[in-house]
Every structure is written in structure tokens, then in C-alpha cells.
Ligand binder design. Structure first.
Ligand SMILES: Cc1cc2nc3c(=O)[nH]c(=O)nc-3n(C[C@H](O)[C@H](O)[C@H](O)COP(=O)(O)OP(=O)(O)OC[C@H]3O[C@@H](n4cnc5c(N)ncnc54)[C@H](O)[C@@H]3O)c2cc1C
Length: 382
């Protein structure tokens, strides 16, 4: 078993000094890893082959008011909200099964406080939908876990920023508290607070379950009249030029038929650029690898809030009695050749890239130094 602390030392031992170039070009911990190597994961078989269906799960309608392309988090939310706005003749087309792209393996962290008021409003709304509205409407649980969120400030500027976030949150009714290091220690006994200025605690932050959320969204939308069709890749988007010289969507093509529609919503995640090209539209997205590791059990971690340390660029997500440790890579591996066959798949983790998060994570929760890694999750993000 590899321990987080050991991994960091092994990767460091390979690179003395560890330059950005050597990080990106060498593979020390895992020699299998290349920029686009897919990982063999058990989920792939179970999720892909659960029912052996190869064609579309429903017949295609001849026309629709809106066609949503992509059945991940964004597509399912879009479909549900269109239905809530009163539209019924709406269709979602998913190439594989719902969540097959990025959504199935997301860490699912939901932090309500962000610097932009639009985002704060959107996140508060999303939280409300997945934590209560959907359950009231469908009787189904989405898998939402409200374990709270804790932002770490290890300098005065960061704490000032969090105080501003708290004020912004108040305007939108989001409960939050600035905690001293001692109060933070009371809340999270396993945390090292020696280098802290303080923290921002948001008790109603939490973690969404991607599969549960998307299933519930699609059921709610279907009950309101929408149609969800899986195993149905879009192969083309027909456009026409109107009398004013403006390009308008006319129809969506698949191998199983064409749907006439005046409106398409491109929710194809890292495939959105490819979809855009079908309609002659440039979608400026870059696909890259993003990763977290899941640890073995940590005594005393149960019920702790999720942690975001912006200065260390690390997040710690509660996963039962363990943690998922991830962060935002400064030197990500880009996925230039986005594959149409990639569904419920992962990449091998590149430890050279990932190790930048380990020191920050171990500094914040020292118990991680001696904690084993149960699994790695490295998938496509934008
Ligand atoms: C490791 C990791 C951890 C993350 N953690 C978090 C987190 O904690 N919090 C957070 O907010 N975000 C997180 N993210 C980001 C978040 O998961 C994504 O932003 C989100 O899941 C993207 O959803 P989506 O619907 O846009 O894309 P996707 O889930 O990729 O959905 C796109 C769908 O389009 C389908 N599709 C593609 N081409 C076609 C076609 N031609 N026809 C029909 N369908 C097509 C695909 O099969 C796919 O199902 C994380 C990302 C990664 C990689």
C-alpha cells in the first residue's frame, strides 16, 4: 500500500530538482502513465454493460422545441429547468448513458460562497434543488450530504477575502461564520491550525451524488413531459441562414434519425467543442486531466466538513470515514485528442503532476502522512 507521505518522497527522489518540465515529461511513480492512457476501471464494465442495450433507449421524435445534447450534470439540470419553465416538447440525447462523461466521477463538492454574486445565487439555487426541491417533487433522494464547508485562510489577505464572502453571502441568505484557529480546531480536531489566521465555515455546504442527482433530475423532467434518450450520439447539427443572414439551428442528426428543432443546448462537456463544430460554432474549451485520490480509513474524520485551502490549492472531501484529496493543477496535462469512445472511463494518475497537492494536504491534516491510498480518480475536466 502507498502512503501519501511516501508517495511525495518517492516522486521527489526521482526529480532533484523537480522542474516544471520534468514534472510534465517523466513518469516515476507510475510508469504506465501517458498523456492519454485510459485506466482499466471496474466501473466501465458494470456501468456500460448493465443492460446490454446497444441502440437508443427510446424512439426518436420527429421534432422538438429544444434538443439538449449531453446527459451529464449540465444537461440534466438544463432539461429539468426547461420543464420547470413550462416546456414539455424537449429531448435530451446522450451518446452513452447518463453521467458517462465527467459527471459520474466528480468529487461533487458544492461550496456556496464565491466572489461573484451570480455564482453565489446559482449555487444557492442548485443546492436548494438537490437538497430539497427534487426530493419533494419526486419522493426520491438525490444523495445530498450536508457536512458543511470550511475555507482555510493562512494569511491576513485570505481571511479578509473570506470576510467579504461572508458579507456577500448574507445578502443571499447564506449562513457562514469566521472562526478563529482555536474554534476551527474544536470543529475539526484532526486539523493543523498552527499556521492559520482563521477559517470561513459554511454549515449548509456539502457534497452531491452525481448519479443520484442526474437520475432524479431526469425522472422529474420526464414526469413533466420531457424525453431522455440514451445510447444516441449526435452526429450532426443542420443549420440554415435566415432572411437576416443569421445562422439558425434546423435539425439534429443521429445514426437513428433526425430531429427537427429550432434550438439546441450544447451540454457535451469536454466534447462541446466537437459539437459546436458540427454547427460551425467555435466553443473555446480546453480539456485536461483532473484528479483526486481516495484514502484509506482515517480515525476521527467522520462527519467533518469538506475543506478548501485556496493558498495550497487543495481540497479535502469527506468520503464516509476517509477523505478524497484533490486540487487544481498548475501544470495540468491537456487532453488534445478528445475521444468519442471515452465513457465511464478514467486516465492513469500522473503522480508528477498530482504530488504538488500532497504537501499542502499533509500539512493541513497531518494524519494523512501515514494514511494509505485506496484508489485514484483522474478524469477529463475543462
Ligand atoms: C476528478 C474531477 C473532480 C471534480 N470535482 C468537482 C467538484 O467537487 N465540484 C464541482 O462543482 N465540479 C467538480 N468537477 C467538475 C464537474 O465534475 C464537471 O464540471 C461536470 O461534471 C461537467 O458536467 P457536464 O454535464 O458539463 O459534462 P459531462 O458530465 O462530461 O457530460 C457531457 C455528456 O455529453 C455526452 N456527449 C458527448 N458527445 C455527445 C454527442 N455527440 N451526442 C450525445 N451526447 C454526447 C457525454 O457522453 C457526456 O455524458 C470535477 C471534475 C473532475 C474531472
Amino acid at each position: 500500500m502507498a502512503f501519501l507521505g511516501t508517495v511525495a518522497r518517492r516522486v521527489m527522489a526521482c526529480h532533484q530538482p523537480l522542474s516544471p518540465l520534468s514534472r510534465a515529461s517523466t513518469r516515476c511513480y507510475n510508469s504506465q502513465s501517458t498523456h492519454t492512457t485510459e485506466k482499466s476501471v471496474p466501473y466501465e464494465k458494470t456501468l456500460k454493460q448493465e443492460d446490454g442495450i446497444s441502440g437508443p433507449t427510446k424512439p426518436l421524435p420527429k421534432s422538438a422545441d429544444v434538443v439538449v445534447i449531453g446527459g451529464g450534470s449540465l444537461g440534466c439540470q438544463t432539461l429539468y429547468h426547461l420543464c420547470k419553465m413550462g416546456m414539455t416538447n424537449v429531448v435530451l440525447l446522450e451518446r452513452d448513458r447518463l453521467t458517462a462523461g465527467t459527471t459520474w466521477h466528480t468529487a461533487g463538492l458544492l461550496w456556496q460562497l464565491r466572489p461573484s454574486d451570480t455564482e453565489v445565487e446559482l449555487l444557492a439555487h442548485t443546492r436548494n434543488v438537490i437538497s430539497s426541491e427534487l426530493e419533494e417533487e419526486t419522493g426520491l433522494e438525490t444523495g445530498w450530504i450536508q457536512n458543511g464547508g470550511l475555507f482555510i485562510a493562512s494569511n491576513k489577505q485570505r481571511l479578509d477575502e473570506y470576510k467579504r464572502l461572508m458579507s456577500l453571502g448574507k445578502a443571499y441568505g447564506i449562513e457562514s461564520y469566521v472562526l478563529s484557529p482555536a474554534e476551527t480546531q474544536d470543529l475539526y480536531p484532526l486539523m493543523n491550525v498552527k499556521d492559520l489566521y482563521g477559517t470561513l465555515y459554511v454549515p449548509k455546504d456539502g457534497t452531491m451524488d452525481p448519479a443520484g442527482t442526474c437520475t432524479t433530475l431526469s425522472r422529474a423532467a420526464t414526469a413533466r413531459g420531457a424525453t431522455v434518450i440514451e445510447n444516441c450520439p449526435v452526429t450532426g447539427v443542420q443549420v440554415k441562414v435566415d432572411d437576416f443572414g443569421v445562422k439558425r439551428v434546423k435539425a439534429v442528426e443521429t445514426a437513428h434519425g433526425t430531429i427537427q428543432t429550432p434550438c439546441v443546448v450544447n451540454c457535451a462537456g469536454v466534447w462541446a467543442t466537437k459539437l459546436g463544430k458540427m454547427a460551425g460554432v467555435n466553443v473555446p474549451l480546453v480539456a485536461m486531466h483532473h484528479a483526486y485520490v481516495v484514502t484509506e480509513r482515517i480515525e476521527g474524520i467522520q462527519n467533518m466538513p469538506n475543506v478548501r485551502d485556496h493558498d495550497a490549492s487543495v481540497y479535502l472531501r469527506l468520503q464516509g470515514d476517509a477523505l478524497s484529496v484533490g486540487g487544481y493543477e498548475q501544470n495540468p496535462i491537456f487532453w488534445d485528442d478528445v475521444s468519442d469512445k471515452f465513457a465511464f472511463s478514467l486516465f492513469d494518475l500522473d503522480w508528477d503532476v498530482f504530488m504538488q497537492h500532497i504537501d499542502g494536504a499533509v500539512n493541513r491534516v497531518p494524519a494523512l502522512e501515514q494514511t494509505g491510498i485506496k484508489s485514484t480518480v483522474c478524469g477529463p475536466g475543462t
